[in-house]
Write a protein that binds this ligand. Structure first.
Ligand SMILES: [Zn+2]
Length: 241
């Protein structure tokens, strides 16, 4: 069950307006209201994307409009995405690499892992933080070793496996331009897209409240308690009057 109550959604929007950095968490709470914040942070990164896309479907439907600018000719391309086809929940969370005598057991990065990694100062530091968090055990020829001792190609293999196991962690669309044929890779920012839609929905709802409160003297909770259909109907009557 996701949060669909207008009053609660408005509360989320209000909290996230001031604090951009907590928008992902706020939206994730709405997608899984029974989970604590720690439980939400312990979910795989692609799992959160899948949750947010499920919330998006529930609130705004299956079709999502995306705008991408062509990297070849700057043509602006608009198209509809089918939300249901994006963002599957990862099936496997524990993974293993066995290569050149190295045996590494590791798990998919979670939201909390990414937060810790993001605090690193350099790209190498961020990668090492993520590696430390996600490595369960690493041995070479039966001898345990620290994950900073894992060679580049083993680390790369780990990243490939994690990407394959959790494809929704990094949703990249490849868009072909109808004008010049160039292909533009475009990362789908699920949090940003959903936030923009929530923002525009919230501003519309507040305008409805304003119009109906002015016309009928109703309070905000009374207006929000109306079904969208009835709200629309009363607004039409106000416009006709
Ligand atoms: Zn183009």
């Amino acid at each position: 069950m996701v949060t669909t109550e207008p009053a609660e959604l408005l509360g989320i929007w209000e909290a996230g307006l001031a604090q951009r950095t907590i928008r992902a968490l706020l939206l994730h709470r709405a997608a899984r209201p029974v989970f604590s914040d720690d439980e939400l942070r312990s979910l795989p990164v692609g799992g959160r994307a899948a949750d947010l896309l499920a919330l998006r479907r529930e609130l705004f439907g299956e079709r999502m409009q995306v705008v991408v600018e062509c990297s070849g000719c700057n043509e602006v391309m608009e198209f509809d995405l089918d939300v249901a086809r994006l963002g599957a929940w990862p099936e496997q969370h524990e993974l293993q690499v066995s290569e050149d005598g190295y045996l590494v057991e590791f798990r998919l990065p979670t939201v909390a892992d990414l937060e810790v990694a993001a605090a690193g100062e350099t790209a190498a530091d961020r990668r090492l933080r993520l590696l430390r968090r996600c490595t369960v055990s690493a041995v070479r020829e039966g001898e345990p070793l620290g994950c900073e001792a894992l060679p580049e190609h083993v680390q790369r293999r780990m990243a490939e496996l994690a990407e394959r196991a959790d494809p929704a962690a990094d949703l990249t669309l490849s868009v072909s331009c109808p004008e010049c044929g160039a292909s533009t890779p475009s990362a789908l920012d699920v949090v940003g897209c959903l936030w923009a839609e929530l923002d525009s929905w919230a501003r519309d709802v507040l305008l409805d409240v304003h119009l109906l409160a002015s016309a009928y003297g109703w309070s905000e909770p009374q207006v929000l308690a109306l079904s969208p259909l009835r709200r629309r109907y009363y607004l039409e009557l106000c416009a006709d009057a």
